[in-house]
Design a protein around this ligand. Structure first.
Ligand SMILES: Cc1cc2nc3c(=O)[nH]c(=O)nc-3n(C[C@H](O)[C@H](O)[C@H](O)COP(=O)(O)OP(=O)(O)OC[C@H]3O[C@@H](n4cnc5c(N)ncnc54)[C@H](O)[C@@H]3O)c2cc1C
Length: 449
């Protein structure tokens, strides 16, 4: 079992910088191999961008960051942990869900995402997405395939389709929900890869909503005990020491040792795993300097910068799933994850970074009322991950051109290896578990274990 320490307790073989899921996974592997490991974490808690809190409002828990578990084929490592530790899942309300679409300034209710006169446009989009995705071999790493022409912003792949304005807006709403930024910012490749993996455009996009609601069924379930239970499960098999409230500022790899400069002093170890988000790497000084590929990723940061909010509401007569580009700004997707009488919990993803002041309840209420007139906001849970010094962004979603540099970016730098979902084609927590394992194996190689 891991233990919290106030200061380093003797000499450690390996330091792990950052105690999110990537750091936790690396610590488990390395301590099981018999190494003495110290996790150095800047926050006063572990788990980084997946942070759950019990009893936030009216007895309900909240997930401030990542929450949804994708399907088994996309998240094999995560599901292995869920199964192994017997964690319970919540799939959301099974009540009928009202579908609300907002595009071209028009609010529509019902199973048809676009007006009838745009059905041909929607079909053109679906066919194009299928054709592009069919070029991807899901059994081989993306960076080894001839798909550079797909590693571009969406407008470049769709501009000749003459999409109708509603189709275009709803697809843009889908992209901002997935990628956390406007549809001309992220690369098209990750979603095309997702379509290839699931074998269906509908299964990989929110256009499946008419057939497969509520949101939990389109995004995946949440953990009944919160994501904190999943992190605790990983850490329960790690015997690392954990130093909280300690910020890493410099990492020097010289010869046989790595020196880690922290706010609590210098720590010398035989090897280190850097499991920090790429958005914060620019604030850590590396000697020797990191590779040009990692420098590029660190300077660009993750694409996803838009906000997720969990909103506790009443005057909400039915569970709903709403999707669109609200004319007055607000949520690109808003959906009930819990509904009881007229009370509900709504999870919303904003239509643009910074478009909505989520500390202002009246503004959040106004934004939701574009979808559900009369809805009343009781409480809002939101964390500013983009402004947070220890994340500088939300989830990992690649920008154009990043796929080809990503493998080289994670190459060990002497005795320092790198982990974190931001380096991986597997999204979210799955990428963190995957790279945490890879970085730990690299450390074992370096140390000759
Ligand atoms: C709003 C939001 C919604 C998301 N939704 C989903 C979802 O539904 N499903 C999903 O799978 N994923 C989701 N994600 C992504 C998921 O949370 C992350 O991919 C995953 O948690 C990243 O894990 P990590 O270990 O790579 O990085 P992190 O969790 O960021 O861990 C890095 C750790 O390093 C620490 N650190 C940073 N700087 C320093 C420093 N200088 N010194 C010491 N420590 C430092 C941080 O405090 C942190 O604990 C979401 C993320 C956000 C923010």
């Amino acid at each position: 079992m891991h233990r919290l320490v106030e200061a380093p307790d003797g000499r450690y073989d390996v330091a792990i910088l950052g105690g999110g899921f990537a750091g936790a996974t690396a610590s488990r592997r390395l301590t099981q191999a018999g190494l003495r490991v110290l996790i150095v974490e800047a926050r006063d808690r572990l788990a980084g961008r997946m942070w759950s809190q019990d009893d936030f409002f009216d007895g309900h828990a909240v997930e401030w960051g990542g929450a949804f578990m994708l399907d088994r084929p996309s998240y094999p490592l995560t599901w292995r942990e869920i199964d192994r530790h017997g964690l319970a899942l919540e799939w959301g309300s099974l009540e009928d869900t009202t579908l609300i679409w907002l595009s071209g300034g028009q609010r529509r209710v019902g199973s048809m995402p676009v007006p009838v006169d745009e059905l041909a446009s929607l079909e053109r989009l679906v066919v194009r997405l299928s054709q592009l995705a069919s070029r991807i071999d899901t059994q081989r790493p993306l960076e080894e395939q001839d798909v550079a022409d797909l590693d571009v912003p969406w407008p470049m792949l769709l501009e000749d389709l003459a999409l109708g304005p509603h189709t275009r807006e709803l697809f843009a709403a889908h992209i901002v929900t997935l990628a956390g930024d406007a549809w001309n910012v992220p690369s098209a490749l990750p979603l095309l890869h997702g379509i290839a993996q699931s074998g269906s455009v509908m299964a990989a996009t929110f256009f499946a909503a008419p057939y497969d609601t509520p949101m939990a069924r389109t995004l995946g379930p949440q953990l009944a005990g919160g994501t904190g239970a999943l992190h605790a499960a990983v850490m329960s098999d790690s015997s690392a020491d954990v130093l909280l409230n300690t910020r890493v500022s410099a990492v020097t790899g010289d010869g046989d040792a790595v020196r880690v400069q922290t706010s609590a002093g210098e720590i010398t170890v035989d090897a280190a795993v850097c499991a920090l988000p790429i958005g914060v790497l620019s604030s850590v000084h590396f000697t020797p300097a990191v590779s040009p590929e990692l420098r590029l990723l660190a300077d660009q940061g993750v694409a996803a910068q838009a906000d997720k909010a969990t909103v506790f509401v009443h005057d909400c007569p039915e569970p709903f799933y709403a999707h669109g580009i609200p004319p007055e700004g607000g949520f690109a997707t808003a959906s009930t994850t819990f509904h009881d009488g007229d009370r509900a919990i709504v999870v919303g993803f904003t239509s643009e970074p910074g478009i909505l002041d989520l500390t202002d309840h009246a503004a959040v209420e106004k934004a939701l009322r574009q979808y559900v007139p009369g809805i009343t906001v009781d409480a809002v849970a939101w964390h500013d991950w983009a402004g947070d010094d220890f994340s500088r962004g939300t989830w990992s979603y690649l920008r154009p051109g990043q796929t080809s540099v990503r493998p080289a970016a994670r190459h060990p730098l002497g005795r320092v290896t790198f982990a974190g979902s931001d380096y991986d084609s597997r999204l979210g927590v799955e990428g963190a578990l995957h790279t945490g394992g890879l970085a730990a194996e690299e450390v074992l190689d370096i140390l000759g274990h």
